[in-house]
Design a protein around this ligand. Sequence first.
Ligand SMILES: [Zn+2]
Ligand SMILES: [Zn+2]
Length: 370
Amino acid sequence: MSAKRDYYEVLGVGRDAGASDIKKAYRKCAMKYHPDRNPDDAEAEERFKEAAEAFEVLNDGEKRELYDRYGHEGPSRAGFSGFSGTDEVMSHFEDLFGGLFGFGQRRGGARRGGDMKVELRVSLSDAFEGGEHDVSISRPESCDSCDGSGAEPGSSPQTCPQCNGQGQVIHRQGFFTLQTTCPACRGQGKVISNPCGDCSGTGTVERESTLTINVPAGIDDGQTLRIQGRGLPGAGGGPPGNLYVIVRVTEDPRFIRDEFDIHSNVIVTMFQAAIGCDVEADTLEGRVDIEIEPGTQPGATIKLKGKGMPVLGRGRGRGDHIVHVEVRVPDDLSEEHLVALQRIAEERDEDVSKGSSGFFGFGKKRRRRG
Ligand SMILES: [Zn+2]
Ligand SMILES: [Zn+2]
């Protein structure tokens, strides 16, 4: 969120609202925007988080006073930094009101699913343009045949006889009691005597799926995109983990990238460099004509301002494109041409029989002929 809204406005309460009004208003807000009721709705999720943050501040006497006095800056002085993610807000909400609302049961055995990583390879021009790309990921999903229970349809998991469904067993050794995960059910509290044939009793099947990822223009090699809730499924009603997409930008032999600038070469002959010419240079947007001035030196650079990569983040402009001029000397000149060059050199009073250290010919005083 760019600009934070007023906390009182977020909860729809007056500045003099009492603690119970604030709690009531938060509950109303949070239920309306709860992610379980608004799946895949980014705006609702943002409102849900916003309400939790507003409540956290207004429900705390000290933070509320700081907020009233200094605005959004205030509570952060007291070490308040808001919430980092939706999962955190969800468990915060449930700690406060309990799982009374029929939302996913996160109490007890609820566990957030693990995160996943996947690589996405894009070309430099894809990175320049940004846009949608498909990644295919293989991840375990709840088995349809047994509805994730792992038990053959028609049967159901039995309470584990070894731990009586506790998932933990207690060993006594003298004065000590040791509690360990039940080996029979591996802590699940249930055992499957008749496993589902489709998932071999695991409750999950590996499934290939394709996700469309929105790659921001200007992304660089190795940067990672976080796709919330697209990781491994959670257990016991817990939320899924996140998917991390590591973007690999394939090198383009025509270009070298340096942050948001692009460097490339153009090759001209020594005649073109001396006389001047127009050449075509490759840029991210295709070929453009650039002018080589008469007397251009090897290694000279021409800056095409704002023709580099987009700077990540909206409206931040673009880097530059820098064209490096490479000058080639012909090695296949005919005798006739060599004589012609010799003549030019003599006319310029250059002694071509002797090499020169330092600046060959440059800066030399021109002597008039005759
Ligand atoms: Zn057990
Ligand atoms: Zn199954």
